[in-house]
Design a protein around this ligand. Structure first.
Ligand SMILES: [Zn+2]
Length: 277
């Protein structure tokens, strides 16, 4: 699933390329992806202009110039693609938003193989309620102090806490695995067992792996593509994620795979010693 670096890369490109464009038309070939319905969405948004593309956690927020926002979630395999009309075909295209600015016509396509993603039209006033379900955001309101408080108040496995969007925004399986490796913390350690030094190391490791993810424009080990249909490169720089039975980049030990919170979890048994569950 696209995480903070992937969604932020897409947001940045969309904001740069499509802000100021006006919605000319929308088409949709798959039910439930466009909500509440194609008819309703067209009725309220045709002729509106896109002010900006924002993000909270893994959620994209398209601000329109009236009382409306689109909320877009890519979920497992969603892609948002900027295309010229009649240009390359994109497999699994579900929704096409036709846009125009000063005679230039573009398409914003939502393609999604597995169909878990969505584009939801909401009233602007509903936004703050929805966003209040998400925890603080790395590089923004997630300070070391707040991070410490979050960890100290949970006995759950640290990896589960990192990935819980209610507690912290934007971290998913890839970056949780690599951050824990960088901080030399076993993924099953109870969050409230970590000492202040470990918490600080982990806080810095999270920022470091997310920065690397952003620098390489996301990870395309799976279906993720950026807004121009190009792959990210972070998968070439994974530390332990997806590296079952390969050698630890730090000590050479064999990387192990376990399951934590239902997700494949990779760690080095020597660098990330288990301290306490
Ligand atoms: Zn190691």
């Amino acid at each position: 699933m696209p995480e903070l670096p992937e969604v932020e890369t897409v947001r940045y490109d969309l904001n740069k390329s499509l802000s100021g464009f006006q919605i000319k038309d929308i088409s949709c070939n798959t039910t439930k992806i466009l909500q509440p319905s194609l008819k309703e969405v067209i009725k309220h948004t045709k002729g509106l202009t896109i002010s900006s593309f924002n993000r909270k956690a893994k959620l994209l927020i398209v601000e329109l110039n009236k009382d409306w926002n689109f909320l877009i979630h890519l979920k497992m395999s969603g892609r948002l693609l900027i295309r010229d009309p009649g240009g390359v075909e994109d497999r699994w295209t579900r929704v096409i938003i036709a846009l125009e600015r000063k005679g230039i016509i573009k398409e914003l396509r939502f393609a999604d193989q597995r169909k878990f993603g969505y584009i939801k039209l909401i009233k602007k006033e509903e936004l703050s309620d929805i966003l209040s379900n998400y925890g603080p955001e790395p590089f923004a309101d997630l300070s070391l102090q707040i991070f410490t408080k979050i960890l100290k108040s949970s006995r759950r496995a640290i990896k589960k806490v990192l990935m819980d969007q209610v507690l912290i925004s934007g971290i998913g399986n890839i970056y949780a695995n690599d951050a824990l490796f960088l901080a030399k913390i076993h993924p099953e350690t109870s969050a409230n067992y970590l000492n202040q030094n470990q918490i600080k190391n982990l806080f810095e490791a999270i920022e470091e792996v997310l920065k690397r993810g952003l620098k390489y424009r996301g990870a395309s080990d799976n279906s993720y593509l950026d807004a121009f249909g190009k792959k990210g490169q972070y998968q070439e720089h994974f530390l332990v994620y997806g590296k079952n039975k390969e050698n630890c980049p730090n000590c050479g030990s064999v990387i192990q795979k376990i399951v934590v919170g239902g997700r494949g979890t990779f760690y080095c048994p020597k660098c990330q010693l288990q301290e306490r569950k």
